[in-house]
Design a binder for this molecule. Structure first.
Ligand code: NAD
Ligand code: AHE
Ligand code: ZN
Length: 368
């Protein structure tokens, strides 16, 4: 079939909206009509050529929601007409990682996914006879896409696609980092670095679990109002203080119980670790750093009890946890709508990247 898609032909070049060819689903695969997709900073990072796994040409996008149109042989967990969220972290429930119960990082198809291919090592997308790579196993910047069955979460049909798509990455990543990775307890003090589409979800997760002090840190002063809207109690702009770590340690009475990096900046990651309380503070790295960057700190920071952790997709097991997060949204436990600052047609998708880089959007959503 033909489908409209925004194709990343080359790094650092705007996406091009073209009609591409899409092969139907093979065994264990599912054809999904994408109804809405968010634009996450990770898409921008790959488009900007900063991703060591970046492949071109490819169809980016990993934060979508849609409807099952056709199922391949052997597919049993979803049916035509089901509403689904594509999962860049699948959940096969059979691999060593899934069975360990220690991680959400299913390893069943990670190798081919990282190469931009379906699990059988081929692509379903092509343009003028040339294969186009899938992205993070999702490629939601296409009106129709094919995914492995294990990479689809079935969600309730009354959830609007324009908001449910955000659960496909940003909401789950932020709220899940608090609930699943850090397991923040009521009364804790926390610092969130980077108040964008992820950081604000960390803030609303912290509020939901009853954190006490919720400090937001951002270079963009406009983010103060956004943070307060979702439960931030204190704001720090690093430009306004001489030593951001010393300032945060003082503000939190000796260091935070939990800190979260939602910037992808390795200097900030170090600050986040060092702003933790001696003896027990935990720092969660969520931000994705550009290829070649490394983190460092004095080992003494760890010897004296600070803990450095990472969180991918908020530690969520996709097929099990994302339908529950959609329920939290539908039940009013978490908010999504106010964070969707821009809704655009596919033809204007490049504007979403401009808005993000200018710090003018929280989340832009493309509606097909
Ligand atoms: P965003 O652009 O919406 O927000 C980033 C925020 O960080 C902005 O408000 C910006 O002003 C702020 N910022 C940038 N540099 C800063 C600095 N030095 N100090 C303080 N604030 C700074 O991006 P997003 O969509 O929220 O994504 C945030 C990061 O999380 C990205 O690196 C993205 O790739 C990553 N991410 C990771 C996961 C995961 O599973 N680990 C999932 C989604 C996104
Ligand atoms: N490809 C990059 C790593 C990118 C990365 O860390 N991705 C996060 C999700 S970001 C979503 O917006 C993730 O879940 N990683 C786990 C995984 O298996 O990719 C690189 O550095 O090569
Ligand atoms: Zn993302």
């Amino acid at each position: 079939m033909k489908t409209r898609a925004a194709v990343a032909f080359e790094a650092k070049r705007p996406l091009e909206i073209v009609e591409v060819d899409l092969e139907g689903p093979r065994a264990g695969e599912v054809l999904v009509e994408i109804k809405a997709t968010g634009i996450c900073h990770t898409d921008a990072y790959t488009l900007d050529g900063l991703d060591s796994e970046g492949i071109f040409p490819s169809i980016l996008g990993h934060e979508g929601a849609g409807v099952v149109v056709e199922i391949g042989a052997g597919v049993t967990s979803v049916a035509v007409g089901d509403h689904v969220i594509p999962l860049y972290t699948p959940e096969c429930r059979q691999c060593k990682s899934c069975l360990s119960r220690k991680t959400n990082l299913c390893t069943a198809i990670r190798a081919t996914q990282g190469k931009g291919m379906m699990p059988d090592g081929t692509s379903r997308f092509s343009y003028k006879g040339q294969a186009i790579a899938h992205y993070m196993g999702c490629s939601t910047f296409s009106n129709y896409t094919v995914l492995p069955e294990i990479a689809l979460a079935k969600i309730r049909k009354d959830a609007p696609f324009e908001s449910a798509c955000y659960v496909g990455c940003g909401v789950t990543t932020g709220v899940g980092a608090v609930v699943n990775t850090a397991k923040v307890e009521p009364g804790a003090n926390a610092v969130v670095f980077g108040l964008g589409g992820i950081g604000l979800n960390v803030i609303q997760g912290l509020k939901m679990v009853g954190a006490d002090m919720i400090v937001g840190v951002d270079l963009n002063p406009a983010k103060e109002e956004w943070g307060r809207r979702f439960g931030m109690t204190h704001f720090v702009n690093p430009k306004d203080v001489s030593d951001v770590v010393a300032h945060l340690v003082e503000l939190t009475g000796g260091g935070a119980d939990y800190t979260f990096d939602c910037t992808g900046n390795t200097t900030v990651m170090r600050q986040a670790l060092e702003a933790c309380h001696r003896g027990w503070g935990e720092s969660i790295v969520i931000g994705v750093a550009e290829a070649g960057k490394e983190i460092s700190t004095r080992p003494f920071q760890l010897v004296t009890g600070r803990v450095w952790k990472g969180s991918a997709f908020g530690g969520a097991r996709g097929r099990t946890d994302t339908p529950r997060i959609v329920d939290w949204y539908m039940d009013g436990k978490i908010e999504i709508d106010p964070m969707i600052t821009h809704t655009l047609p596919l033809e204007r998708i490049n504007e979403a990247f401009d808005l993000m880089h200018a710090g003018e959007s929280i989340r832009s959503v493309v509606v097909f």
